[in-house]
Design a protein around this ligand. Structure first.
Ligand code: PLP
Length: 389
Protein backbone atom coordinates (compact mmCIF):
# COMPACT_ATOMS: atom_id res chain seq x y z
CA UNK A 1 0.00 0.00 0.00
CA UNK A 2 1.31 3.49 -0.76
CA UNK A 3 2.08 5.82 2.12
CA UNK A 4 -0.88 7.99 1.24
CA UNK A 5 -3.27 5.04 1.16
CA UNK A 6 -1.92 3.89 4.51
CA UNK A 7 -2.54 7.34 5.95
CA UNK A 8 -6.18 7.07 4.94
CA UNK A 9 -6.59 4.01 7.11
CA UNK A 10 -5.30 5.87 10.17
CA UNK A 11 -7.09 9.21 10.11
CA UNK A 12 -7.32 11.15 13.31
CA UNK A 13 -8.59 14.53 14.37
CA UNK A 14 -6.10 17.15 15.49
CA UNK A 15 -8.26 18.86 18.09
CA UNK A 16 -9.95 16.00 19.89
CA UNK A 17 -11.14 16.79 23.43
CA UNK A 18 -9.96 20.41 23.40
CA UNK A 19 -12.07 23.35 24.55
CA UNK A 20 -13.77 24.23 21.29
CA UNK A 21 -14.49 27.90 20.55
CA UNK A 22 -14.44 27.67 16.76
CA UNK A 23 -17.74 29.16 15.51
CA UNK A 24 -18.04 26.73 12.61
CA UNK A 25 -17.94 23.78 14.97
CA UNK A 26 -19.55 24.63 18.31
CA UNK A 27 -23.14 24.00 17.20
CA UNK A 28 -22.29 20.82 15.32
CA UNK A 29 -20.83 18.82 18.17
CA UNK A 30 -22.76 15.55 18.36
CA UNK A 31 -24.93 14.55 21.28
CA UNK A 32 -24.06 11.22 22.90
CA UNK A 33 -27.08 9.63 21.24
CA UNK A 34 -25.91 10.86 17.85
CA UNK A 35 -22.42 9.53 18.44
CA UNK A 36 -23.89 6.08 19.05
CA UNK A 37 -26.22 6.28 16.07
CA UNK A 38 -23.23 7.26 13.96
CA UNK A 39 -21.72 3.83 14.37
CA UNK A 40 -25.04 1.99 14.18
CA UNK A 41 -25.95 3.63 10.86
CA UNK A 42 -22.45 4.09 9.46
CA UNK A 43 -22.91 1.73 6.55
CA UNK A 44 -24.04 3.17 3.24
CA UNK A 45 -27.78 3.43 2.60
CA UNK A 46 -28.39 2.09 6.09
CA UNK A 47 -31.51 4.20 6.61
CA UNK A 48 -33.11 2.77 3.48
CA UNK A 49 -34.01 -0.72 4.80
CA UNK A 50 -37.71 0.09 4.89
CA UNK A 51 -37.89 2.79 2.24
CA UNK A 52 -40.94 2.65 -0.01
CA UNK A 53 -39.60 5.17 -2.47
CA UNK A 54 -39.58 8.42 -0.53
CA UNK A 55 -36.90 9.23 2.02
CA UNK A 56 -39.08 11.63 4.02
CA UNK A 57 -41.72 8.92 4.40
CA UNK A 58 -39.54 6.19 5.89
CA UNK A 59 -41.25 4.95 9.06
CA UNK A 60 -38.32 2.97 10.47
CA UNK A 61 -36.11 4.76 11.48
CA UNK A 62 -38.81 7.40 12.02
CA UNK A 63 -37.87 9.87 9.29
CA UNK A 64 -41.53 10.48 8.47
CA UNK A 65 -42.43 11.62 11.96
CA UNK A 66 -39.28 13.69 12.18
CA UNK A 67 -39.78 15.52 8.88
CA UNK A 68 -43.57 15.83 8.87
CA UNK A 69 -44.30 16.37 12.57
CA UNK A 70 -41.28 17.36 14.64
CA UNK A 71 -39.52 19.66 12.17
CA UNK A 72 -42.57 21.76 11.17
CA UNK A 73 -43.37 22.30 14.84
CA UNK A 74 -39.76 23.19 15.63
CA UNK A 75 -39.39 25.58 12.68
CA UNK A 76 -42.86 27.06 13.05
CA UNK A 77 -43.76 26.21 9.47
CA UNK A 78 -46.34 24.16 7.60
CA UNK A 79 -44.07 22.01 5.43
CA UNK A 80 -40.49 20.89 6.05
CA UNK A 81 -37.93 18.91 4.11
CA UNK A 82 -34.32 17.77 4.32
CA UNK A 83 -31.48 19.25 2.29
CA UNK A 84 -27.74 18.76 1.93
CA UNK A 85 -27.10 22.00 3.79
CA UNK A 86 -28.17 25.60 4.17
CA UNK A 87 -26.66 26.49 0.81
CA UNK A 88 -28.63 23.78 -0.98
CA UNK A 89 -31.83 24.95 0.66
CA UNK A 90 -31.20 28.50 -0.53
CA UNK A 91 -30.40 27.22 -4.01
CA UNK A 92 -33.57 25.08 -4.15
CA UNK A 93 -35.78 28.02 -3.27
CA UNK A 94 -34.07 30.39 -5.70
CA UNK A 95 -34.16 27.79 -8.46
CA UNK A 96 -37.85 27.13 -7.91
CA UNK A 97 -39.04 30.74 -7.63
CA UNK A 98 -36.84 32.59 -10.10
CA UNK A 99 -35.60 32.35 -13.67
CA UNK A 100 -32.17 33.28 -15.02
CA UNK A 101 -31.98 37.06 -15.32
CA UNK A 102 -34.42 37.68 -12.44
CA UNK A 103 -33.42 39.79 -9.46
CA UNK A 104 -33.25 39.08 -5.75
CA UNK A 105 -32.44 41.29 -2.76
CA UNK A 106 -30.14 40.11 0.02
CA UNK A 107 -28.38 41.75 2.96
CA UNK A 108 -24.76 42.84 2.59
CA UNK A 109 -23.85 40.47 5.44
CA UNK A 110 -24.98 37.47 3.39
CA UNK A 111 -22.89 34.30 3.37
CA UNK A 112 -20.85 33.60 0.25
CA UNK A 113 -23.02 30.54 -0.44
CA UNK A 114 -26.01 32.84 -0.96
CA UNK A 115 -24.16 34.45 -3.83
CA UNK A 116 -22.91 31.18 -5.29
CA UNK A 117 -26.41 29.70 -5.14
CA UNK A 118 -27.78 32.75 -6.96
CA UNK A 119 -25.02 32.48 -9.55
CA UNK A 120 -25.92 28.86 -10.17
CA UNK A 121 -29.47 29.94 -10.92
CA UNK A 122 -28.30 32.94 -12.99
CA UNK A 123 -29.83 35.67 -10.84
CA UNK A 124 -28.97 39.33 -10.40
CA UNK A 125 -28.25 39.98 -6.75
CA UNK A 126 -28.72 43.38 -5.11
CA UNK A 127 -27.35 43.92 -1.63
CA UNK A 128 -28.87 46.08 1.07
CA UNK A 129 -25.82 47.79 2.62
CA UNK A 130 -24.76 47.52 6.26
CA UNK A 131 -23.73 50.35 8.53
CA UNK A 132 -20.04 49.47 8.06
CA UNK A 133 -17.30 49.27 10.67
CA UNK A 134 -17.52 48.54 13.55
CA UNK A 135 -21.13 47.31 13.93
CA UNK A 136 -22.08 46.27 10.39
CA UNK A 137 -25.77 46.59 11.22
CA UNK A 138 -28.51 45.91 8.69
CA UNK A 139 -31.55 48.20 8.86
CA UNK A 140 -34.26 46.08 7.22
CA UNK A 141 -36.24 49.20 6.28
CA UNK A 142 -33.54 49.72 3.67
CA UNK A 143 -34.99 46.75 1.75
CA UNK A 144 -37.97 48.90 0.74
CA UNK A 145 -36.32 51.10 -1.92
CA UNK A 146 -34.55 48.03 -3.32
CA UNK A 147 -37.83 46.13 -3.59
CA UNK A 148 -39.51 49.10 -5.28
CA UNK A 149 -36.68 49.55 -7.74
CA UNK A 150 -35.85 45.95 -8.69
CA UNK A 151 -39.11 44.03 -8.40
CA UNK A 152 -37.32 40.99 -6.92
CA UNK A 153 -38.48 37.38 -7.10
CA UNK A 154 -37.50 36.95 -3.45
CA UNK A 155 -35.75 38.69 -0.60
CA UNK A 156 -33.31 37.03 1.76
CA UNK A 157 -32.02 37.92 5.22
CA UNK A 158 -29.08 36.25 6.94
CA UNK A 159 -30.05 35.68 10.57
CA UNK A 160 -27.55 36.05 12.08
CA UNK A 161 -24.74 36.61 9.61
CA UNK A 162 -21.72 34.36 9.90
CA UNK A 163 -19.23 37.18 10.17
CA UNK A 164 -20.41 39.26 13.10
CA UNK A 165 -23.34 37.39 14.59
CA UNK A 166 -25.72 40.30 14.02
CA UNK A 167 -29.44 39.68 14.34
CA UNK A 168 -31.31 42.14 12.15
CA UNK A 169 -35.01 42.81 12.73
CA UNK A 170 -36.33 39.74 10.90
CA UNK A 171 -39.93 40.31 12.05
CA UNK A 172 -40.02 43.83 10.66
CA UNK A 173 -38.78 42.44 7.33
CA UNK A 174 -41.66 39.95 7.51
CA UNK A 175 -44.09 42.89 7.55
CA UNK A 176 -42.32 44.50 4.61
CA UNK A 177 -42.40 41.22 2.65
CA UNK A 178 -46.14 40.96 3.28
CA UNK A 179 -46.78 44.54 2.31
CA UNK A 180 -44.94 44.10 -1.00
CA UNK A 181 -46.09 40.52 -1.47
CA UNK A 182 -42.57 39.22 -2.07
CA UNK A 183 -41.38 35.77 -0.89
CA UNK A 184 -39.05 36.08 2.09
CA UNK A 185 -36.24 33.60 2.81
CA UNK A 186 -34.66 33.62 6.26
CA UNK A 187 -31.21 32.03 6.36
CA UNK A 188 -30.95 30.61 9.87
CA UNK A 189 -27.77 28.56 9.40
CA UNK A 190 -26.40 30.09 12.61
CA UNK A 191 -29.69 30.29 14.50
CA UNK A 192 -31.93 27.24 13.88
CA UNK A 193 -30.86 24.74 16.52
CA UNK A 194 -29.13 27.32 18.71
CA UNK A 195 -31.89 29.78 19.50
CA UNK A 196 -35.67 29.77 19.18
CA UNK A 197 -36.66 30.75 15.62
CA UNK A 198 -40.23 30.34 14.40
CA UNK A 199 -40.87 31.07 10.76
CA UNK A 200 -44.55 31.94 11.24
CA UNK A 201 -43.87 34.38 14.10
CA UNK A 202 -41.30 36.15 11.96
CA UNK A 203 -43.53 36.21 8.91
CA UNK A 204 -41.06 34.54 6.57
CA UNK A 205 -42.02 32.24 3.70
CA UNK A 206 -38.95 30.01 4.06
CA UNK A 207 -36.65 29.14 6.92
CA UNK A 208 -33.25 27.58 6.23
CA UNK A 209 -31.19 25.67 8.81
CA UNK A 210 -27.86 23.86 8.76
CA UNK A 211 -27.52 20.47 10.46
CA UNK A 212 -23.74 20.51 10.85
CA UNK A 213 -23.58 24.22 11.74
CA UNK A 214 -26.21 24.45 14.43
CA UNK A 215 -28.16 21.21 14.89
CA UNK A 216 -25.54 18.85 16.32
CA UNK A 217 -25.41 16.70 13.19
CA UNK A 218 -22.41 15.17 11.45
CA UNK A 219 -23.79 16.58 8.23
CA UNK A 220 -23.61 17.67 5.58
CA UNK A 221 -27.31 18.28 5.91
CA UNK A 222 -29.85 20.99 6.35
CA UNK A 223 -33.50 21.65 6.88
CA UNK A 224 -35.93 23.82 4.96
CA UNK A 225 -39.26 24.99 6.29
CA UNK A 226 -41.87 26.73 4.16
CA UNK A 227 -45.45 27.88 3.96
CA UNK A 228 -47.80 25.31 2.44
CA UNK A 229 -48.38 27.57 -0.56
CA UNK A 230 -44.79 27.01 -1.75
CA UNK A 231 -44.88 23.23 -1.51
CA UNK A 232 -46.07 22.76 -5.08
CA UNK A 233 -43.32 24.98 -6.47
CA UNK A 234 -40.34 23.90 -4.38
CA UNK A 235 -41.22 20.25 -3.77
CA UNK A 236 -42.67 19.60 -7.23
CA UNK A 237 -42.47 15.96 -8.29
CA UNK A 238 -40.94 14.27 -11.28
CA UNK A 239 -43.37 13.62 -14.14
CA UNK A 240 -41.95 10.14 -14.53
CA UNK A 241 -41.28 9.23 -10.90
CA UNK A 242 -44.29 10.54 -9.06
CA UNK A 243 -42.85 10.23 -5.54
CA UNK A 244 -39.50 11.90 -6.31
CA UNK A 245 -39.01 15.63 -5.73
CA UNK A 246 -37.02 17.21 -8.57
CA UNK A 247 -35.20 19.80 -6.48
CA UNK A 248 -34.05 17.06 -4.11
CA UNK A 249 -32.96 14.83 -7.01
CA UNK A 250 -35.25 12.19 -5.58
CA UNK A 251 -33.97 12.12 -2.06
CA UNK A 252 -31.37 14.04 -0.14
CA UNK A 253 -29.44 13.13 2.97
CA UNK A 254 -29.30 9.46 3.73
CA UNK A 255 -27.30 7.64 6.38
CA UNK A 256 -25.13 9.36 8.94
CA UNK A 257 -26.02 13.02 8.20
CA UNK A 258 -29.71 12.33 8.71
CA UNK A 259 -29.46 9.80 11.51
CA UNK A 260 -27.24 12.09 13.62
CA UNK A 261 -29.57 15.01 12.91
CA UNK A 262 -32.48 12.93 14.22
CA UNK A 263 -30.65 11.44 17.19
CA UNK A 264 -29.49 14.90 18.36
CA UNK A 265 -32.87 16.51 17.79
CA UNK A 266 -34.31 15.95 21.31
CA UNK A 267 -31.21 17.69 22.76
CA UNK A 268 -31.35 20.45 20.18
CA UNK A 269 -35.05 21.05 20.76
CA UNK A 270 -34.29 21.36 24.47
CA UNK A 271 -31.18 23.51 24.20
CA UNK A 272 -32.85 26.38 22.36
CA UNK A 273 -34.85 26.96 25.57
CA UNK A 274 -31.64 28.05 27.27
CA UNK A 275 -30.74 30.66 24.68
CA UNK A 276 -30.98 33.50 27.23
CA UNK A 277 -28.18 31.86 29.17
CA UNK A 278 -26.13 31.52 25.99
CA UNK A 279 -26.55 35.22 25.24
CA UNK A 280 -25.59 36.19 28.79
CA UNK A 281 -22.51 33.98 28.52
CA UNK A 282 -21.53 35.51 25.16
CA UNK A 283 -21.92 39.04 26.53
CA UNK A 284 -19.83 38.22 29.57
CA UNK A 285 -17.13 36.59 27.40
CA UNK A 286 -17.10 39.58 25.05
CA UNK A 287 -16.81 41.98 28.00
CA UNK A 288 -13.87 40.05 29.45
CA UNK A 289 -12.14 40.07 26.05
CA UNK A 290 -12.61 43.82 25.83
CA UNK A 291 -11.08 44.22 29.29
CA UNK A 292 -7.92 42.70 27.81
CA UNK A 293 -7.86 45.54 25.28
CA UNK A 294 -9.55 43.73 22.40
CA UNK A 295 -12.54 45.11 20.53
CA UNK A 296 -15.75 43.29 19.70
CA UNK A 297 -17.14 44.08 16.27
CA UNK A 298 -20.79 43.68 15.33
CA UNK A 299 -23.85 44.66 17.35
CA UNK A 300 -23.49 45.74 20.94
CA UNK A 301 -24.78 44.53 23.27
CA UNK A 302 -24.30 41.30 21.37
CA UNK A 303 -27.15 38.81 21.08
CA UNK A 304 -25.40 35.77 19.64
CA UNK A 305 -22.53 33.45 20.61
CA UNK A 306 -20.60 34.23 17.42
CA UNK A 307 -18.13 36.98 18.27
CA UNK A 308 -15.77 38.77 15.92
CA UNK A 309 -12.96 40.22 18.01
CA UNK A 310 -10.23 42.55 16.85
CA UNK A 311 -6.95 41.55 18.46
CA UNK A 312 -4.30 44.05 17.30
CA UNK A 313 -1.88 43.09 20.08
CA UNK A 314 -1.75 39.50 18.84
CA UNK A 315 -1.11 40.83 15.36
CA UNK A 316 1.77 42.99 16.66
CA UNK A 317 3.30 39.96 18.30
CA UNK A 318 2.99 37.94 15.11
CA UNK A 319 5.19 40.47 13.34
CA UNK A 320 8.02 39.86 15.77
CA UNK A 321 8.07 36.12 16.40
CA UNK A 322 9.51 33.36 14.31
CA UNK A 323 6.21 31.45 14.15
CA UNK A 324 4.49 34.54 12.72
CA UNK A 325 0.71 34.25 13.04
CA UNK A 326 0.97 30.61 14.06
CA UNK A 327 2.32 31.51 17.50
CA UNK A 328 -1.24 32.01 18.75
CA UNK A 329 -2.45 28.70 17.43
CA UNK A 330 0.54 26.93 19.03
CA UNK A 331 0.07 28.68 22.37
CA UNK A 332 -3.63 27.86 22.48
CA UNK A 333 -3.24 24.28 21.37
CA UNK A 334 -0.64 23.80 24.06
CA UNK A 335 -3.28 24.95 26.57
CA UNK A 336 -6.00 22.70 25.16
CA UNK A 337 -7.93 25.39 23.32
CA UNK A 338 -9.14 24.98 19.76
CA UNK A 339 -10.61 28.02 18.05
CA UNK A 340 -8.92 30.74 16.07
CA UNK A 341 -8.00 29.75 12.54
CA UNK A 342 -4.31 28.74 12.57
CA UNK A 343 -2.18 31.65 11.35
CA UNK A 344 -4.78 34.36 11.96
CA UNK A 345 -4.13 37.02 14.61
CA UNK A 346 -5.60 40.36 13.48
CA UNK A 347 -9.19 39.56 14.30
CA UNK A 348 -10.59 36.30 15.65
CA UNK A 349 -13.99 34.75 15.19
CA UNK A 350 -14.91 32.92 18.36
CA UNK A 351 -18.00 31.19 19.71
CA UNK A 352 -18.95 30.79 23.34
CA UNK A 353 -21.71 28.27 22.57
CA UNK A 354 -20.10 24.93 23.48
CA UNK A 355 -17.76 25.95 26.29
CA UNK A 356 -19.00 26.52 29.84
CA UNK A 357 -18.12 29.55 31.91
CA UNK A 358 -15.21 27.87 33.60
CA UNK A 359 -13.69 26.92 30.27
CA UNK A 360 -14.25 30.40 28.88
CA UNK A 361 -12.59 31.88 31.97
CA UNK A 362 -9.64 29.63 31.21
CA UNK A 363 -9.58 30.96 27.64
CA UNK A 364 -9.54 34.55 28.92
CA UNK A 365 -6.79 33.65 31.34
CA UNK A 366 -4.79 32.02 28.58
CA UNK A 367 -5.10 35.09 26.37
CA UNK A 368 -3.91 37.20 29.28
CA UNK A 369 -0.93 34.94 29.91
CA UNK A 370 0.00 34.87 26.24
CA UNK A 371 -0.17 38.66 26.02
CA UNK A 372 2.11 39.11 28.97
CA UNK A 373 4.48 36.38 27.84
CA UNK A 374 5.00 38.25 24.59
CA UNK A 375 4.78 41.74 26.04
CA UNK A 376 6.76 44.17 23.93
CA UNK A 377 9.75 44.12 26.24
CA UNK A 378 10.19 40.38 25.96
CA UNK A 379 9.45 40.35 22.27
CA UNK A 380 12.08 43.00 21.73
CA UNK A 381 14.53 40.99 23.79
CA UNK A 382 13.87 37.76 21.91
CA UNK A 383 13.89 39.57 18.64
CA UNK A 384 17.25 41.12 19.51
CA UNK A 385 18.69 37.75 20.49
CA UNK A 386 17.50 36.16 17.28
CA UNK A 387 19.01 38.94 15.24
CA UNK A 388 22.30 38.56 17.12
CA UNK A 389 22.37 34.77 16.75
C1 PLP B 1 -22.33 28.16 7.45
C2 PLP B 1 -23.29 29.05 6.77
C3 PLP B 1 -23.91 28.66 5.58
C4 PLP B 1 -23.59 27.37 4.87
O1 PLP B 1 -24.16 26.30 5.56
P1 PLP B 1 -24.11 24.83 4.92
O2 PLP B 1 -25.12 24.09 5.71
O3 PLP B 1 -22.72 24.33 5.12
O4 PLP B 1 -24.46 24.96 3.48
C5 PLP B 1 -24.84 29.50 5.02
N1 PLP B 1 -25.14 30.67 5.60
C6 PLP B 1 -24.57 31.09 6.74
C7 PLP B 1 -24.97 32.39 7.35
C8 PLP B 1 -23.62 30.29 7.35
O5 PLP B 1 -23.04 30.72 8.47
Amino acid sequence: MSKLLQKLTRLHKSHKDLINIMPLQTGGILSDAAREALIEFGDGYSVCDFCLGSLCNIANPPVRGFVHELLPEFLGCEVATLTYGARDAMFMVMHSLAEPGDSIIVDANRHYTTIVAAERVGLNVFEVPHSDYPEFRIDVNDYVPFIEKHNPKLILLTYPDGNHGNLADATRLGEIAQEYDVPYVLNGAYSVGRMPVKMNDIGADFLVGSGHKSMASAGPCGVLGMKRKWEGAVLRKSKIYSNKEIELLGCTVRGVPLITLMASFPCVKERVNYWDKQVAKAQWFSGELEKLGFKQLGEKPHRHDLLHIETPMFYDISKHVRERGYFLYEELKHRGIWGPQPGITKALKLSSFAADEEQLAFVIDSFKTILSKYSSYKVAQRWGKEQAA
